[in-house]
Design a protein around this ligand. Structure first.
Ligand code: UDP
Length: 385
């Protein structure tokens, strides 16, 4: 039998961002937590200090800070960073570079070429980036797409693409009784019907349509409360819109929170009004909490939410169908519970963190080919969630 150390494969994992911007960083941290430590020795590279670095250190990972200056106007700094990453790949004896996002891939891909290491580009966004896609795909040995919608960005390079949906921690996201205290803290009256949405406050998440839908519903079926969890550049604008629509007492802005499972447990229906979505982790999180979902038919969403089975899908950027779907579920709690139960089952069968980690490890093994990694892929695995 091999000594464990001889089977350990070092990987350089490069994050686009130093702080947790959204689901991309959280999915990366979940992957780093899940990778089998007796097979893979990830080292995390961040462009600056921040909560990605601190979460990496909490996982016991070595963390390296290498600036990733914008590539719109490349200069000497960019050359220095590519060289530093290449050196790091050699000094850590990395067998591959895993780049989370485009900027990480540009640097990781060039450093990989310099150091003679393969690079994987993890793509989480469905919108194509023109010539940048061509260049980065050429640099990448393999491309992980989080949904078929994301994979469609690369129809011209099918052999490089591997579809690996995100997974969520199904133990953390387990249904639980709603907390009356949390509900009160968020300002929601005890028995009011409650819709919830979670996401960055940016245009692509479509929150202005959600607020219009809330106003429409308030006229048709008064008394529904809404919690919006998250933050972002549109925070002030959305609060002003809610006030303008007379919804100040109905819509509760909860800011960015770390207790997402507890907040999810409060709601009667979960809503994601996105106008564009590569994957949408929050949908799986809501399904895992056995919540019926109302979401839009954009990007990767229909691959996650099955219309009429685990939720209701409506067109994006349209308030009335959104309001009608929310109302339909609030008016029929038995149906909402059925959809929620099917959502939990679907999260378990298709979107577990264990399945996600296994699939990424298979991509690593495939890229590295036969040899020590191929042997490690046959190991018995502990049960993962
Ligand atoms: N999230 C969080 N706290 C918040 C808002 C969001 O922890 O206040 C998490 C959320 O639970 C999810 C992620 O951020 O895991 C958002 O991922 P998603 O794929 O839905 O959207 P993205 O940010 O990638 O567009």
């Amino acid at each position: 039998m091999d000594e464990p150390s001889s089977r350990l494969a070092s990987i350089l994992v490069v994050s686009n961002h130093g702080r947790v911007v959204g689901g991309g960083e959280l999915s990366l941290m979940d992957l780093l937590r899940g990778l089998a430590r007796d097979r893979w020795a990830p080292a995390l590279v961040v462009p600056e200090e921040g909560d990605v670095a601190s979460r990496g250190r909490e996982l016991g990972l070595p963390v390296h800070v290498v600036p990733l200056p914008t590539l719109r106007r490349p200069g000497l700094g960019a050359v220095r960073s590519v060289t530093a990453l290449g050196r790091l790949a050699r000094s850590t004896d990395a067998v591959l570079i895993h780049a989370n996002g485009s900027r990480a891939m540009a640097y990781g891909g060039l450093a990989g070429r310099l150091a003679g290491r393969p690079a994987i580009w993890h793509v989480r966004i469905a919108e194509s980036d023109g010539a940048v896609d061509l260049a980065l795909c050429a640099l990448a040995t393999g491309v992980i797409a989080t949904s078929r919608a994301v994979a469609r960005r690369f129809t011209w390079a099918p052999r490089k693409i591997r579809l690996v949906p995100n997974g969520v921690d199904l133990v953390r996201f387990t249904p639980r009784p709603p907390s009356g205290a949390l509900r009160a803290t968020l300002g929601v009256p005890p028995s009011a019907p409650l819709a919830l949405s979670i996401g960055r406050f940016v245009a692509e998440k479509g929150y202005r349509h959600l607020l219009d839908a809330a106003a429409h519903l308030e006229r048709a079926r008064p008394g529904v409360h809404w919690i919006l969890v998250g933050d972002g550049e549109l925070d002030g604008e959305l609060r002003a819109q809610a006030r303008r629509l007379g919804l100040a007492s109905r819509v509760h802005f909860a800011g960015w929170r770390d207790d997402i499972p507890d907040v999810l447990a409060l709601c009667d229906v979960f809503v994601l009004p996105s106008e564009s979505e590569g994957f949408g982790r929050v949908l799986v999180e809501a399904m895992a909490m056995a919540k019926a979902v109302v979401a839009t038919t954009v990007g990767g969403i229909p691959e996650i939410v099955l219309d009429g089975e685990t939720g209701l899908l409506v067109p994006s950027a349209a308030a009335v169908p959104l309001a009608d779907a929310v109302r339909a579920l609030l008016d029929d709690p038995a149906r909402a519970a059925r959809l929620g139960g099917a959502g939990r089952a679907r999260a378990e069968s298709t979107f577990s963190l264990g399945a996600h980690v296994d699939a990424v490890e298979r991509v690593y093994a495939e890229i590295l080919g036969a040899g020590r990694v191929a042997r490690s892929a046959q190991r018995p695995r502990g049960a993962r969630t």
